[in-house]
Design a binder for this molecule. Structure first.
Ligand code: URA
Length: 253
């Protein structure tokens, strides 16, 4: 085996060990079969075919803990750790600039996002783009956008706690590799997860929080603003707060 293949295979075996998967018996595998195993490494990292074993979020955290952005994306695209993988058309990993200064975290893909694989492309997404543009931000340049869940909950129902738990290591690592200067949580699921508190969104917004030392602003989900335009005034105040936080990061730079 050449050294590159040997090291890929060693990494694969180590990942299996960390995931608690049974030993691989190589006895009897010919070279072609062994290489086929190596070729499947990215899928196998997170695609335990059976239901996720207890403690799997911690296991996944270990597995994704040193992946770069591209590897993390591959791991997410191959993920079958929760029931949401059954009905999805696409994993919706992220859009925008992975080197963006601002990272927006939403809730979960909707129908349009599931069909396209791109977050926030429906009506709510268009409003989000307008909100960002109002403060001089765009996903093409300065913003990276993703969701707490990478797969669409059927019928756009709320994410379930175990689904959030399964997906959380991906988002945690995503935040680490993007390393934004400012985080923005839109909607109560993202806001609560990022802030780490269960208070209603109305009680969390209006102040600057911190996620692992990164300044964090939370605001209403654009879908909520479409349903209830009366909230727009508060969302505008949140955007102004975001501007002040970005200005503060500029001053510190
Ligand atoms: N709502 C979200 O929270 N995320 C999307 O990607 C689309 C709609």
């Amino acid at each position: 085996m050449n050294p590159e293949v040997r090291s890929a295979f060693a990494a694969y075996l180590e990942q299996r060990r960390r995931l608690g998967e049974p030993d691989v018996v190589l006895h009897g595998l010919d070279r072609r079969q062994a290489l086929a195993n190596v070729a499947q490494v990215p899928r196998r990292i997170v695609s335990a075919d059976s239901p996720a074993p207890a403690g799997s979020a911690a296991d996944l955290a270990q597995v994704v803990g040193d992946l770069d952005h591209g590897q993390l994306r591959d791991a997410a695209l191959a993920c079958t750790r929760c029931r949401l993988s059954d009905g999805r058309q696409h994993v919706v990993f992220a859009d925008g600039n992975p080197e963006g200064r601002v990272m927006v975290v939403g809730e979960a893909p909707g129908a349009r996002e599931d069909a396209t694989g791109v977050p926030f492309v429906g009506q709510a997404g268009r409003l989000l783009d307008l909100m960002l543009a109002a403060v001089g931000l765009s996903r093409g340049e300065s913003v990276y956008i993703c969701n707490v869940l990478k797969c669409r909950p059927p019928g756009n129902r709320d994410p379930l706690p175990d689904e959030i738990g399964s997906c959380a290591p991906l988002l945690k690592r995503q935040i680490e590799v993007v390393a934004p200067e400012v985080l923005v949580g839109v909607g109560s699921f993202a806001a609560r997860w990022l802030v780490g508190e269960n208070r209603p969104l109305g009680k969390l917004r209006g102040e600057v929080h911190s996620y692992q030392g990164v300044p964090l602003v939370v605001t209403y989900h654009p879908a909520a603003l479409l349903r209830n335009p009366g909230l727009s005034r508060l969302a505008w105040a949140d955007l102004q707060l975001l501007c002040r936080v970005i200005d503060g990061a500029n001053d510190a730079a």
